[in-house]
Design a protein around this ligand. Structure first.
Ligand code: FMN
Length: 219
C-alpha cells in the first residue's frame, strides 16, 4: 500500500483558536499512526484563496458542457489568458485535494455557517459532477453557542449541515466516510451572560479533544 496523504485546512481568523486546537489534535494522532505519510497543511485564513472570477465560471461551464468529470482533464477547458490565470489558482488547490486520502477541515462557525475563507476554497476546487469517493472527510469545528439535536438553535446550524450536504452532494462522499468533531459554547469563556455554561463548554472541549485523538489514529 502506498503511503497515505492528509490534507489539513485551517480557516479560523485567530491563532488562539478552538477549531485549530481540535484540528491539530486530529492531525497529530493521524501522523503518529502513519509515520512517513504525507502531510499537507494549508492555512486559508493566513494565506487566503482568492474569490473565483468570471474566467473561472467559463472553465466550469466548459467542463459541464463537454461532460468532463475527471479533474486530470480540467485543463482542457483553458482557452484564454484570463482562463489560464484562473486555472493557475485552481490547479495547486485541486492537486492537493485529489492527492489526499483524508481531508481534515478545521473551521469555526461564523454567522451560523462557515468562514468566507473556507467558502472561497470550496468555490475554487468544486467542479460539476466531480467525485472524490474513496476519501475520508473530517471536520473539526468550534462555535460560540450550542447547536446539537434538541437545542433551540439546532435549526440554525448551517455549519455541520452545510458541510455534510456539500460533501455528499458535490463530492459524492457517503455519510460513513465523514466525521464531525466539535467544541461548543466557546462564547461562555467571554460572555458574562453565558458564565453558567462554562462548565458545559469545558466538558465539550475535553470530549472533542479525546474524540479527535482517538479518531485521528483510526484511519
Ligand atoms: C465573525 C464571527 C461570527 C460568529 N458567528 C457565530 C455564530 O453565528 N454562532 C455561534 O455560535 N458562534 C459564532 N461565533 C463564535 C465562534 O464560532 C467561536 O468563537 C469559535 O470558537 C470560533 O472558532 P475558533 O475558536 O476556531 O476561532 C462567531 C465568531 C466570529 C468571529
Amino acid at each position: 500500500m502506498t503511503s497515505p496523504t492528509l490534507l489539513h485546512l485551517d480557516a479560523s481568523a485567530r491563532r488562539r483558536s478552538f477549531s485549530r486546537e481540535l484540528g491539530d489534535a486530529v492531525a497529530g494522532a493521524w501522523r503518529t499512526a502513519h509515520p512517513g505519510a504525507t502531510y499537507l497543511h494549508r492555512d486559508l485564513a493566513l494565506t487566503p484563496v482568492p474569490q473565483i472570477t468570471e474566467a473561472w465560471t467559463e472553465l466550469c461551464d466548459h467542463v459541464l458542457e463537454h461532460g468532463i468529470t475527471d479533474p486530470a482533464r480540467y485543463r482542457e477547458a483553458v482557452r484564454t489568458p484570463e482562463q489560464a490565470a484562473a486555472w493557475a489558482v485552481v490547479e495547486p488547490l485541486l492537486a492537493e485535494l485529489v492527492a489526499a486520502d483524508v481531508v481534515l477541515i478545521a473551521t469555526p462557525m461564523y454567522n451560523f455557517s462557515v468562514p468566507a475563507s473556507l467558502k472561497a476554497w470550496i468555490d475554487q476546487v468544486t467542479f460539476p459532477k466531480m467525485s472524490l469517493a474513496g476519501r475520508r472527510f473530517v471536520v473539526a469545528y468550534a462555535r460560540g453557542g450550542a447547536y446539537g439535536p434538541g437545542t433551540p438553535r439546532h435549526p440554525y446550524d448551517h455549519q455541520e449541515r452545510y458541510l455534510r450536504d456539500f460533501f455528499a452532494g458535490h463530492f459524492a462522499i457517503p455519510e460513513e466516510a465523514m466525521d464531525f468533531l466539535g467544541t461548543e459554547l466557546v462564547n461562555a469563556r467571554v460572555d458574562p451572560a453565558l458564565a453558567a455554561r462554562r462548565t458545559a463548554h469545558d466538558a465539550s472541549r475535553e470530549a472533542a479533544l479525546a474524540a479527535a485523538r482517538k479518531a485521528g489514529g483510526a484511519w
